[in-house]
Structures are given as C-alpha cells and as structure tokens.
Design a protein around this ligand. Structure first.
Ligand code: 13P
Length: 244
C-alpha cells in the first residue's frame, strides 16, 4: 500500500499536471495506491471526473462528531464520497492542532468499520536519542486497547524527526519497530488484529527500495515526494517490483 499525503499543497493546475505525469511514468500497478489531497480537491479524483489511473484517494484527517463544528468534515460526509481511507493522528495534527490520544481514539472509533483508518504514530528526536522510542509508540498505540478493529486498520510509523528532514532510521531498525507495532496492536485489540504497517518520513524514489525490501514494511506514507506525479509513480513502480 502506498499513500501520498499532500498536506496543505495542491491547486487545479498542479492536479492536472500531476495526473498526466503519474500516468506517464507508471508501469502498471497491482497495489493499493492512493493520495490524500486537501478535501476541497476530492472531486478531481472521483470516478466521474477522474484525471488519472491513481487507484484511490482519501482524507488527511476527519472529525469524530458533526453539527456545530466550524471547518470540520465528519465521517458521514466522507462515507458520502468515494473516500477510501482517512489518516488520523499525524504528528502535525498532534503538534499544531494540539490533538491528544483521547481525541484520536474518538476519531478511530468513529471511523472503525466504516472507512479504512491509517493511524500515524512516531517518536520525537529527543525520545529517539533517549532510547525510549518503543515506550512512546506503545503509549500512542493505547488508543486501540479493547477495540474490535476493522481488518483494514493500518498504522503508519512516522518518526517525527524523519518527516521532511531528509533523515531516516536504518531500514533494519524500521523493520524491528514495525514488528513491534504489529505485536502491540495484536495483543491489545479485542480481535487480536495484526495490522499493516507503513513507513513514513523522507521516503524518496532513491531510498524506497531499501525500506520496501524489509519483511514488516507493508508500504509507505509519503509527503514531499508524493507532490510530483512522476516521482510518486517511480516509487509505486519500485514497490510493485518487490515480491511481498
Ligand atoms: P515527508 O515524506 O515529506 O517526509 O513527509 C512524511 C509525512 O509526513 C507523510 O505523512
């Protein structure tokens, strides 16, 4: 699974050229590959207006309630579209919008079994330096405790220090963390689900293969490199070339 998180980027013109570049570069595809554009552009990707062979699209975040919540988009609204997933818990939501574990758990509960959830977790640089990465991730994963998770529930491991920095952990360390995440979710969810785990943080067409080769890396959540259609298609081609 390859997901492109466009964050607050995009425009009408950019989407037209992105789609043309993506389609030109892609050598066929059998994986789930999607982008999460700003929600105002969702309609550019639906089946009526489809500009590209991109498989799916989804939301960068969602609100767990509806009604008097200016600016919010609810799960029911996402269900009304062809939205394939929603990301929740991105470190930018945690840092800039002060989202905490209890709010993110509410979002997970409202999406669960309705729209595929991609839960982002990751440690800060100081936490990594202190060697407490697994403790931090375990704490963030507490939100699944006691929930019967949808079988499509997915985690994205995004070390905060790797996002947009050009720095990444070593592939073997990512693999070990992904195995840990799968084990923690399996022991704490009601239905003992072992989720797919994506890696996110400075993934490019140059380093993607080193991550995708690792046993417990089920794909990637890509920021900056997903904004260029041709680079994104190159990463998808690399993913498809690896026998998983
Ligand atoms: P970059 O790929 O730009 O490091 O961003 C990763 C990310 O935050 C995806 O959600």
């Amino acid at each position: 699974m390859i997901i492109g998180n466009w964050k607050c980027n995009g425009s009408n013109e950019m989407i037209v050229s992105w789609c043309a570049d993506y389609d030109r570069e892609l050598n066929g595809n059998d994986a789930y590959v999607a982008v999460a554009p700003p929600s105002i552009y969702f309609s550019k990707f639906n089946s009526e207006n489809k500009l590209s062979n991109i498989v799916g699209w989804g939301a960068q975040d969602v609100d767990h309630l509806d009604g008097s919540r200016t600016g919010a988009i609810s799960v029911d609204m996402l269900v009304d579209t062809e939205c394939g997933f929603s990301i929740i818990g991105h470190s930018e939501r945690r840092q800039i919008f002060n989202e905490d574990n209890s709010l993110i758990r509410e979002k997970l509960k409202s999406l669960n079994k309705r729209i595929m959830t991609i839960l982002c977790i990751g440690e800060a640089k100081e936490e990594n330096d202190k060697g407490i990465t697994k403790d931090v991730l375990k704490d963030q994963l507490e939100i699944v405790n006691g929930l019967e998770l949808d079988t499509e529930f997915t985690v994205a491991y995004e070390p905060v220090w790797a996002i947009g920095s050009g720095l990444t952990p070593e592939p073997k360390d990512i693999n070990e963390i992904h195995k840990y995440i799968k084990d923690v979710v399996q022991s704490n969810s009601e239905n003992n689900l072992s989720p797919k785990v994506l890696y996110g943080g400075s993934v490019t067409d140059k380093n993607a293969e080193s991550f995708f080769k690792e046993e417990f890396v089920d794909g990637a959540l890509i920021g900056g490199a997903s904004l260029d259609g041709s680079t994104y298609a190159k990463i998808v081609n690399i993913f498809n070339g690896i026998d998983k």
